[in-house]
Write a protein that binds this ligand. Structure first.
Ligand SMILES: [Zn+2]
Length: 242
């Protein structure tokens, strides 16, 4: 059995859109000094998601394997840029954020927090960040205050960094990859039009070059259609190195 991979076409689109995100991030980073700049920078780069979502959707279904994989990779990159914008601002502040303001902002936001899976996919984090920005806009009447904006950026940074930790910590990122496999399956659309694939069999396979990957046999609960998908496991070897 040979390993399925992301198509050349998908790689090309991914490369172009990653370069576009980097370009946008660099132009935001250059002009970000105040907390209001940082929040508007986060909003601007977040709004670019609709651009790449649209472009990927022109070439693939965003509910098929190539489309989902390209979007997930771009989403992860976007969360990292949001985190970088937030951290650059927090590190550059000359005044510290008061604890009472931070607690106040969290109290306003957290009752609306969505319950997160342990290893969320990037799109869930982006959804929560977008929702928090909306709440901040409608609820924080004192949002012109530097301290309030700083506390809000701190909240956004915390959400992004919790996700990034699941992707960067050795021994954790492999489990994050495996959790994502099931998340991808839940979003895959069958040719019958339903998103009802279930995993019938998950196998760890070695490629001809000895590289391990996961192969999942799926069956649609609506029409019985069967297909397989494969996922790279680039961080599996971490588990045996510590
Ligand atoms: Zn089906």
């Amino acid at each position: 059995m040979s390993k399925l991979e992301l198509s050349e076409h998908a790689h090309r689109i991914l490369k172009e859109e990653l370069a576009e995100l980097e370009h946008i991030y660099n132009s935001i980073a250059e002009y970000t000094s105040t907390s209001t700049d940082a929040i508007s920078g986060i909003c601007s780069i977040l709004n670019k998601r609709s651009r790449y979502f649209g472009i990927v959707g022109e070439h693939f279904s965003v509910q098929d394997f190539d489309g989902i994989t390209v979007i997930d990779t771009l989403d992860e990159c976007l969360v990292r840029y949001i985190h970088k914008i937030a951290m650059a601002h927090l590190e550059s502040r000359t005044t510290s954020i008061s604890e009472s303001t931070s607690i106040d902002i969290k109290t306003r936001m957290l009752p609306n927090a969505t319950e997160m899976p342990r290893y969320p996919a990037g799109y869930r984090i982006l959804h929560v960040i977008r929702e928090y920005i909306r709440l901040f806009d409608t609820q924080a009447h004192d949002k012109e205050l530097n301290d309030v904006c700083g506390a809000f950026i701190n909240v956004i940074s915390g959400i992004a960094s919790a996700y990034i930790r699941t992707r960067d910590i050795v021994n954790v990122r492999h489990f994050s990859d495996v959790a994502r496999e099931y998340d991808v399956v839940s979003r895959l659309k069958c040719k019958c039009g339903k998103e009802k694939f279930q995993v019938k069999l998950q196998k760890l396979v070695n490629s001809d070059l000895g590289t391990p990957y996961d192969s999942l046999d799926l069956e649609c609960r609506a029409c019985g259609h069967q297909r397989s998908v494969t996922f790279d496991l680039p961080h599996l070897s971490d588990l045996y190195q510590s």
